[in-house]
Design a protein around this ligand. Sequence first.
Ligand SMILES: Nc1ncnc2c1ncn2[C@@H]1O[C@H](COP(=O)(O)OP(=O)(O)O)[C@@H](O)[C@H]1O
Ligand SMILES: [Mg+2]
Length: 374
Amino acid sequence: MSATTRRRGPSVRLRLTLSYAGFLLLAGALLLAVVWLFLLRYVPDQAVTVATDDLGGPGPRSPYLFIPGRSDLWEAFAPKAALVLGFLLVCGLGGGWLLAGRMLAPLGQITEATRRAAGGSLTHRIRLRGRDDEFRELADAFDGMLARLDAHVAEQQRFAANASHELRTPLTITQTLLELARKDPTRDTGRLVESLYAVNTRAIDLIEALLLLSRADRRSFAREDVDLSLLAEEATETLLPLAEAGGVVLEASGDLAVTTGEPALLLQLTTNLVHNAIVHNLPAGGRVRVSTHREPAAALLHVENTGALLDPELVATLAEPFQRGAGRTQDGHAGAGLGLAIVRSIAEAHDGSLSLAARSGGGLRVTVRLPAAG
Ligand SMILES: Nc1ncnc2c1ncn2[C@@H]1O[C@H](COP(=O)(O)OP(=O)(O)O)[C@@H](O)[C@H]1O
Ligand SMILES: [Mg+2]
């Protein structure tokens, strides 16, 4: 509710009707005035009576001819003119009211849909029929906006449900472990502590991933020039021990590729991709290649790895939150399925994009395209 109270003015329908009738009346009056002026040219100032003899020739039988003057003409003309104007007024008001009603009908439908949307129903659509005019354009744009909002809200709800489910899992495992320990106090507490520690670590990782995702989505961070090739170097160095443990050969190469962004988030993006490339790789003899490139308007990061053959349809969904592929991971440790969702959010927060492509020989090729600095 707005704080200022608005006075309700006359409806648009009434205003359109009045202006329509007004114009009709004005046009009618003008036309009658022109007719009047035209008629005046053939009428003398005063009425005259002429003897027909004066006219000469074989005149009518009556000896006199009466020629009406202006006042006679006015007496005959004025009532008819008033009648015509009255008729025009009635026609203008009635026709204008009907026409304006027909013209404005779509506005009612649009207002109704807006009210419903404001009331929380996003499934309603206007679906305006009829010709392609301004109202139709407005209604179609409105329907498009409702569809996007609807999809967005559904996605948020799905996300919240998935996140709650994922967060419940470590708590349920903890609960089970504690129950077992309570029933059997003679159990090895060392192993219990180990298990609880591992489960707790997973829960913390998951919450940190969720916080990171919301931070990237909010887009509220300072930006500076960042060279992707340096980030690639840093990420590969950090993850080299993991690659070596899995027998994966890790190579990094590339040109200077400078973009503008938040260094910590962009490092996270790079690390997630390299980490995925290592853990979702072949059980033995895997390879990962990280490279950076620059184009006139873009800085590119490619991460390519060997691995199991991937279904292109599945690949298209991998960046959705909590989406995990079917394959086993290198370290046997299932992730939360948020790695690529975080990468995509960070890329989009930097006005960039993430694209995934299954390699024909198995494995994945990931490209992050960010706007070039400057
Ligand atoms: N480099 C990759 N090679 C093969 N598969 C991958 C790669 N990166 C991601 N995936 C697949 O995409 C899924 C989602 O990845 P991600 O969002 O990082 O979640 P997580 O790694 O936690 O499972 C993974 O479970 C995996 O199946
Ligand atoms: Mg991952």
